[in-house]
Design a protein around this ligand. Sequence first.
Ligand SMILES: Cc1ncc(COP(=O)(O)O)c(C=O)c1O
Length: 396
Amino acid sequence: MISFWKWLAREALKQGATTPCYVFSAEPVAESLAQLEALDFGRPAIHWLSTKTQPLPSLLGWWRGQGRPAEVVSELEYRLVREAGFDTEGILVNGPAKHRWLPAVSGPGQQVNFDSARELDELLPLAKRDRWRVGLRLCTAEEFDPETPQFPTQFGFTPEEAMVAVRRLKRAGLAVETLHFHLRTNIAEAGCYARALDEVSSFATSAGLTPRFLDLGGGLPPRHALSRGGKRLDAGFSLEKFALAVRQAVKKFPSVEQVWLENGRFVTAGSGVLVVRVLDVKARRGLRQLICDGGRTLNALVSMWEQHELLPLAQRKGAEVLTAVYGPTCMAFDQFARKPLPASIRAGDCLLWFDAGAYHLPWETRFSHGLSEIWWHEGGPTTGQLARVRAAERFG
Ligand SMILES: Cc1ncc(COP(=O)(O)O)c(C=O)c1O
């Protein structure tokens, strides 16, 4: 993949790209999807694009072109996928506090996973009138705040709340078609899904539900990312064990027709690089410092908790020295990485920050600068079209 990205970054620069810029490609997305589609879940699997992860119109267009649907969690995402041509069938509405925005945009037959009793209070009349196809997001015991695991997340219904919701929907004449959970991101081991599925199955039995769809959300760890401490995020995760857990769980759900997945990071993390240019070089107290035109604050917040490959675009040989790589903002926080890099890297060189395809665009900032340029490639690994799809934001 390194040679693919170097080739693509060089092509973009040849065509006039200015740094910092993101270069994204559909090819790695297709590869990740193929990996997921090779798994046997015991029922047909539908892969929803997690729009929030990579809200890029070019990707949406490519995804829809493959006949795949999209999951959204906000009004802007909803409007974005509509503009990209997705129809009602191809859109799944998720996320908290939807009552604030969904009435303004929803239509008949909308597919919605409810998140709370308040949402039901506010949206049930509309859901009934427009015959929405509804699901419930369950907050299983497997869902907790990764930074403080003793606390749950803020999403979904507790089993007691969900029981009340099932009764309310039934009275309104709406069947619960989907049972949904999203545990968190970068799930460490497949057992988490197995345990959550057990809980969902017990809940369905006690609520007398016969769901048509099991929506397992996202959460699969991407293949290349390391924690800031250098540990592979997917070290303990087996895709085969994950599929096996799902296969075993669906046996308890004869009514389930499809398994739904909404993986963001796994599907798109490897689909882009960020290209930055070294503007200044310093050395102090044994540390070499590269100051670049893009970095963590503007382009790669993910570098706070993940280590990605960071390489010079040109061949830079010779001894490596401990080097810190910074963005251009006036914040010590704005540091991509501190690692050994060739001492021959100099001002004017381009550096590539890999795996920039998930959660980089949604967390871009305009801190002292404008948004960066974006390039998009699709149509084959060594050929295809590469085009600038967003210009750098200028003062005007
Ligand atoms: C409901 C839902 N589905 C899918 C995802 C995608 O998660 P990931 O990128 O970890 O696969 C998220 C992320 O927050 C989410 O909230």
